[in-house]
Write a protein that binds this ligand. Structure first.
Ligand code: ATP
Length: 233
């Protein structure tokens, strides 16, 4: 079966810095995959390359067998992700913002918007202006926008960073629901506790290199005492 994400030998250098250093990654359909590492480990740069936003110096990445740098937008069919905080029109309601996103995609979207708002638990606040939203609500609204495209694969770059404990809990619950709905999710994080709760498999990345890749339960069983993962917080 074609992997949702297949990256081979990804390298990205910025001057003296090798931000991503020969990264291989295979994410199977249906997995919630944790890409775990401390600040500056190269997570965002990796996700940007996977989405075709920047060109690797070496290596290549395929999403469901398609390389966005070769095939363009067609390769991103069924894929949604954001590597920066999603942007909205602050003086519009959440729903209006989603209508705007949906209009760009074409088609009548009322039902899809209802569903997306329900999934991210913002139905009750849909008519409030985004200006009054907390950081966590904006993140969830960003995911609602992504869901309008009915993706099979969602890439999320540190979705809980900067959230308060309640916001983190809501975001975790949301990722859990998305996984239950059958979405494949690649989730970058610097929090072991986050991937522990959510992920089937993980890659641990430090200084651009993957130092562990495998099932989460094996990681916990085999690395007790070898990496103190909590220091990656
Ligand atoms: P964070 O959690 O802090 O975002 P990260 O794991 O996502 O960390 P990256 O943002 O991918 O890490 O950065 C990896 C390294 O590459 C860092 O040393 C960063 O300073 C450097 N880097 C990333 N983008 C650029 C750029 N456009 N120009 C120069 N250096 C960059």
């Amino acid at each position: 079966m074609t992997a949702a994400i297949e990256a081979r030998g990804l390298v990205k250098r910025y001057g003296e810095i090798t931000a991503v250093d020969h990264v291989d990654l295979t994410v199977r359909s249906g997995d919630v995959y944790g890409y775990l590492g401390p600040n500056g480990a190269g997570k965002t740069t990796s996700l940007r390359m996977l989405l075709g936003l920047i060109r690797p110096d070496e290596g290549s990445a395929r999403l469901f067998g398609h390389d966005p740098l070769v095939e363009g937008a067609r390769a991103l069919d069924g894929v949604a992700g954001f590597v920066e905080a999603p942007r909205f029109y602050p003086y519009m309601s959440a729903r209006k913002n989603l209508e705007f996103v949906a209009a760009l995609d074409g088609g009548d979207a009322a039902e899809r918007i209802d569903e997306a708002l329900d999934t991210v638990d913002l139905t009750k606040r849909q008519h409030d202006k985004v200006r009054g939203y907390s950081h966590g609500m904006k993140q969830r609204l960003g995911i609602a926008g992504a869901l309008l495209r009915d993706p099979k694969l969602l890439l999320l770059d540190e979705p809980t960073t900067g959230l308060d404990p309640a916001g983190m809990r809501d975001m975790r619950a949301l990722v859990h629901r998305l996984a239950e709905d059958g979405l494949t999710v690649l989730l970058s994080s610097h929090l072991m506790s986050e991937v522990e709760d959510l992920c089937d498999r993980v890659a641990i990345v430090t200084r651009g290199r993957v130092v562990y890749e495998g099932a989460l339960d094996e990681l916990i069983a085999t690395t007790a005492g070898r990496y103190d993962l909590r220091t990656t917080n």
